[in-house]
Design a binder for this molecule. Structure first.
Ligand SMILES: Nc1ncnc2c1ncn2[C@@H]1O[C@H](COP(=O)(O)OP(=O)(O)OP(=O)(O)O)[C@@H](O)[C@H]1O
Length: 259
């Protein structure tokens, strides 16, 4: 396993935000964490990218307790796109993407040819090459999100942690990002709100409710109408996509056909 959460618990102000969470991510797998607002998805991810220290339990990276690694060593292995990824400095897009190489750099050296190519490739992949010289302060939410994904990619991590990666992205860029992840061979742990996107992209889905794991497994096993009703309080019909066969959750929205 690249990543194992072992009985991970996080408490704040006497309340368990995450409670005895066990979760494994194998090499090349995409594992999604889904759950209602406030169920502990971001809190669990924060422990993986070391913005939070667990109250008990452990995060193992390649079998080693993450808490025993230096921050620099773990940053070489784990890249994160977070809910609080700030790009508040007046850097250009190109400069922000290049910052992804920081954990691998010795001293203040310039990027070598391979790294420059890596940055250019990640910017092209995320469709931000045309923004290279722009200040990140002037970007739209979705453009900024794509720049931050490019920065995480140039980190060449063993594990990519993504907290709501499709936030702010238009449909085209959502599909492009998820198709890229699917074909990339990257090992990914992602918190996702959209259950259809989770079903389309994840090898395994973990469902959290009030900090506890209620189900884990392949999307088709886990995302049943019963579970979605029980955990999210929403009634759904599950169908197979008529062309691709992919699992689709149809929400019973009010209204029906307008006449
Ligand atoms: N520092 C903190 N102190 C107290 N409570 C906190 C703290 N950080 C988060 N929480 C609470 O912990 C719970 C879990 O938060 P978290 O951000 O992990 O949820 P989430 O599943 O990612 O939610 P969302 O879907 O809304 O992004 C929430 O109820 C939140 O208010």
């Amino acid at each position: 396993m690249i990543l194992s959460l072992r009985s991970l618990s996080v408490e704040r102000a006497g309340r368990a935000l995450v409670e005895r969470l066990d979760l494994d991510v194998a090499p090349g797998q995409i594992v999604g964490i889904v759950g209602p607002n406030g169920s502990g998805k971001s809190t669990a991810l924060r422990c993986v990218y070391r913005a939070l220290r667990p109250s008990s339990g452990a995060v193992l990276l390649d079998g080693a307790d993450l808490g025993t690694l230096s921050l620099r060593d773990s940053a070489r292995s784990v890249a994160a796109l977070t809910q609080d990824s700030h790009a508040e400095l007046d850097f250009t897009v190109e400069e922000v993407v290049a910052l992804g190489r920081t954990p691998h750099a010795r001293g203040n050296r310039a990027l070598d040819a391979r790294e420059r190519e890596l940055c250019a490739g990640a910017m092209a992949r995320m469709d931000v090459s045309h923004l290279a010289g722009r200040s990140v302060l002037t970007l739209s939410g979705g453009e900024r999100q794509r720049v931050l994904v490019a920065r995480a990619l140039v980190q060449e991590p063993r594990l990519l942690v993504l907290d709501e990666p499709t936030n702010h992205l238009d449909v085209r860029h959502q599909v492009a990002l998820l198709s890229f992840l699917r074909g990339s061979g990257l090992t990914v742990l992602a918190a996702l709100h959209d259950l259809n996107l989770a079903a389309a992209v994840c090898d395994r889905v973990a469902v959290l409710r009030a900090g506890s794991l209620v189900a884990t497994g392949a999307p088709a096993e886990v995302l049943t109408p019963e579970l979605v009703e029980d955990v999210f309080g929403v009634s759904v019909t599950v169908v197979a996509h008529p062309r691709t066969g992919a699992l689709q959750l149809l929400y019973d929205l009010p209204g029906g056909v307008r006449t």
